[in-house]
Design a protein around this ligand. Structure first.
Ligand code: ADP
Ligand code: MG
Length: 323
């Protein structure tokens, strides 16, 4: 069966002619003014696919914008404008206005935080579906592309991985998290933080970046294929919470950490010479930045543990058609 990425490649990928960068990165780039480019991206949340029908509308309003801001972060772009296409069920008109009040309130609270402006959209009826398009600005030739990683670059990751996947496992009753564990994991799933400031600061430090939306292995894999390089990552260095540690011996632990997705952290590559500046940036922004591996010449992504053993892990990440 064709994967999500096979479908994009076979049916929707054409060489960019008027754009500077077309299909294949976190955002497309088009020339804008003499010294600026526009970064354009869109992401959709679909009921029963990305969220449960009874999800708190406050959380949904935040999340649909955060996942789009995250793509701007991955390009190092400053988010500026939004459009919103929303499909709402026709039933329960009574509950609809309460739902929309809560949704729009949290959507605009996050939009205001980044001074990003809703300039249009579309409203229809049908199964609940929310699609945001985001447009940002980035200085000419400065955008962080997936394709510019260099051999011997360090691979870095912001924050922690695996918390959203643990929360989802709890909601699907695959495990039962304690109250304290839920306090760590549920916000990661429902109200993720896009690393917008970090992305902008990385523009002069990093060679390449991607946001981790489908899991580290899948998303780092996109940097590898776009840059035509290989990589090795050290398992024990991958940043995680005490909650993941608690479940480290669970059969699905590696899957939650490496392929769970919905993390919205930035994975970026940078030359070794920038280590001190990246560590200083981590302190300045109060965001943990952890070195997890190296880019190499060749093909393929290997994960090794501290004993040097290669870890076999076949499930790469979330795919809408294969998962
Ligand atoms: P992200 O996870 O950063 O949102 P995706 O994995 O969804 O990116 O998509 C990968 C690339 O394919 C992106 O450049 C995206 O714009 C492009 N893409 C996805 N679906 C389509 C489509 N139907 N038509 C054109 N381009 C698409
Ligand atoms: Mg992305």
């Amino acid at each position: 069966m064709e994967s999500e990425f096979d479908i994009i490649k076979h049916y929707f990928t054409r060489p960019a002619t008027n754009a500077l960068l077309g299909v294949g990165d976190d955002a497309a780039l088009i020339a804008y003014k003499t010294s600026t480019e526009l970064a354009i991206s869109t992401d959709t949340l679909v009921v029963d696919q990305h969220f449960f029908a009874d999800t708190d509308p406050c959380q949904l309003g935040h999340k649909v914008l955060a996942v789009n801001l995250s793509d701007m972060a991955a390009m190092g772009a400053i988010p500026r404008w939004l459009t919103l296409a929303i499909t709402l069920p026709k039933d329960e008109p009574q509950g609809r206005s309460t739902w929309l009040q809560a949704f729009s309130h949290s959507f605009f609270a996050l939009a205001d935080r980044y001074q990003v402006e809703l300039i249009g959209g579309n409203t229809t009826s049908g199964p609940l579906n929310i699609c945001v398009q985001i447009i940002g600005e980035v200085a000419k030739n400065k955008a962080l592309k997936r394709s510019n990683a260099q051999p011997n670059d360090d691979i870095w990751i912001s924050g922690q991985l695996g918390n959203a996947a643990l929360a989802l496992a709890h909601l699907k009753q695959q495990l039962i998290l304690s109250h304290g564990a839920l306090e760590v994991c549920l916000p990661a799933l429902h109200t993720p933080t896009a690393r917008v400031e970090l992305g902008q600061c990385l523009i002069d430090l990093a060679h390449s970046a991607i946001d981790v939306s489908d899991g580290l292995l899948a998303d780092l894999g996109h940097i590898l294929s776009s840059s035509n390089l290989a990589a090795v990552i050290q398992l024990e260095t991958i940043p995680h919470s005490w909650v993941w540690n608690h479940y480290a011996s669970h059969p699905q632990a590696l899957e939650w950490l490496l392929s769970g997705g919905d993390d919205y952290e930035l994975c970026f590559t940078a030359p070794e010479t920038r280590r001190n500046e990246i560590q200083a940036l981590s302190r300045e922004l109060a965001i943990p930045l952890t070195r997890i591996g190296k880019m190499l010449q060749g093909k393929g992504l290997s994960i090794v543990n501290s004993a040097g053993t290669v870890i076999e892990h076949t499930k790469k990440g979330y795919d809408h058609f294969l998962s």
